[in-house]
Design a protein around this ligand. Structure first.
Ligand SMILES: Cc1ncc(COP(=O)(O)O)c(C=O)c1O
Length: 453
């Protein structure tokens, strides 16, 4: 059966219901004029469908490249329904029901990380803007002091610091990604906020919050947890070696989690939460255009963004109704991703001709093909060729990503290699889909066969 068919029937029923509500206000000819253009719309949509087929198969477990997958059906159904109304969650004037749904979602996210009430939080249009807000708060609380983050933090932190005119300190890490505590101690008088990444974008490494927290407390440094990618793994902390770090998430001053990564949402859904609701004062502003319909807090009063899709809140709310923030709910999907990464990395580790770069902590596996001459130039060629071969095989192939590390970092971990190039180009697989659990073995076989091994 067509993947979309059962959902379209459900959608049609609810659209009919919404249409009845629209018509209670009296007829307008808005829908009439779009009906008249049905033929043209059909043609435009046909063209768009053709263009969309130019995408990589994000929906299929053959695709294990970037952090990409289609949303859960309930998310796109809810998004579509709400989007036909097009509420704007900036202010209650723009969407009272979806603003209420957003607050429900934020309460659930705060519950997941273990924040006590009162706290502050809202959805954002993504992880970058959520981090930008947290860094803005960092600046307001510690003017003149730096934001520090490791070399493995998302590249946007440094860029956002530039934008906000905050000094940025890059913390060195050892080749396993462990931050240099002595460096942080030495620099502590200059640092206002430390960014700790729980699930780095490159390798999925959970930075050691448990080791960093006491040091920061002692030095009066705030902690911002960037859990944009990793945050929902909190649900599975009992089965993660990184549990001690996840257990301290509620001690962080701010936390960013992206529902549009592991929360099954369409793009346009990040979130930021603050432990101390008093930081809301930094967002204080008057607007001559909005905030009229109620004295209640409007979400735009505590965020940097103005317009935001109410449909995003509707989609996340519907998803969390279906898959609550528990190990058995949404956690069950992350569990499949975790299992896939473990199965795949075991296959790589055991296969002659391949080496695991780092043991996966979450669902990102980094690995490489071993060239016989143990030079970086051959390693880079082998990996780039295998990456390309997977894509060339297309519908029978596999889709990975490349991951670059400095030569020195690589040769410290693999001293047998000669560094005849400045960088080592490795392979990286992100196992984000539930279907990856069943496919991890098949994917390994496809890769071994493409490599002729
Ligand atoms: C750890 C981390 N922080 C921030 C971001 C940026 O988030 P977004 O792409 O939603 O702006 C990413 C994206 O991959 C990430 O992995």
């Amino acid at each position: 059966m067509n993947h979309f068919e059962p959902y379209l029937t459900l959608l049609q029923k609810q659209l009919n219901e919404l249409d009845r509500w629209r018509q209670t206000y009296g007829k307008t000819d808005a829908t009439g004029s779009s009906n008249a253009r049905e033929e043209e719309i059909r043609e435009v949509l046909r063209q768009l469908t053709d263009k969309l087929k130019g995408n990589y198969p994000f929906h299929h477990p053959r695709y294990a490249g970037q952090m990409l997958k289609p949303p859960h059906p309930v998310a796109w159904l809810a998004y579509t329904l709400a989007m036909t109304v097009n509420p704007n969650n900036h202010a209650l004037d723009g969407g009272p029901p979806t603003s209420a749904l957003e607050k429900e979602c934020i309460n659930k996210l705060a519950g997941m990380i273990g924040y006590d009430t009162p706290f502050l939080g809202h959805l954002t249009s993504g992880g970058t803007i959520a981090n930008l807000e947290a860094l803005f708060v960092a600046r307001e609380l510690h003017p003149g002091k730096a934001v520090a983050a490791t070399a493995n933090a998302h590249y946007t932190h440094q860029r956002m610091c530039k934008l906000l005119n905050i000094p940025f300190i890059r913390i060195p890490v050892n080749p396993e990604g462990v931050p240099d505590l002595a460096f942080i101690r030495n620099q502590s008088s200059r640092i206002g906020t430390l960014v700790v990444t729980l699930g780095t974008t490159g390798t999925g490494t959970v930075e050691p919050l448990a080791g960093l927290l006491p040091l920061c407390r002692e030095a009066g440094i705030r902690i911002h947890a960037d859990a944009a990618y990793g945050g929902f793994f909190k649900l599975l902390e009992d089965e993660l070696p990184s549990k001690p770090h996840w257990q301290l998430l509620n001690q962080c001053d701010s936390v960013v989690i992206d529902p549009h990564k592991h929360g099954l949402q369409p793009y346009g859904c990040g979130s930021v939460l603050y432990k101390d609701p008093a930081v809301g004062a930094f967002f204080k502003h008057d607007s001559p255009y909005t905030y009229f319909t109620s004295d209640e807090l409007h979400l735009g009063e505590i965020s940097l963004e103005c317009s935001r899709a109410g449909a995003s809140a509707a989609a996340l709310w519907a998803t969390l109704e279906l898959l609550p923030l528990t190990a058995e709910g949404l956690g069950s999907i992350l569990h499949s991703a975790l299992t896939a990464a473990r199965v795949f990395s075991k296959r790589i580790a055991e296969k002659p001709g391949f080496t695991l770069y780092m043991r996966p902590e979450l669902d990102i596996v980094t690995w490489f093909r071993d060239p016989p001459d143990k030079s970086l130039s051959s390693l880079n060629t082998y990996n780039k060729e295998l990456f390309q071969k997977g894509m060339d095989l297309n519908k029978e192939g596999f889709f990975l990503s490349l991951f670059t590390v400095p030569a020195e970092q690589f040769t410290t971990l693999f001293p047998g290699y000669s560094a005849d190039e400045e960088k080592a180009v490795l392979l990286r697989s992100v196992f984000m889909k539930q279907e990856h659990e069943e496919w991890a073995d098949t994917l390994a076989e496809l890769i071994f066969s493409a490599a002729g091994l």
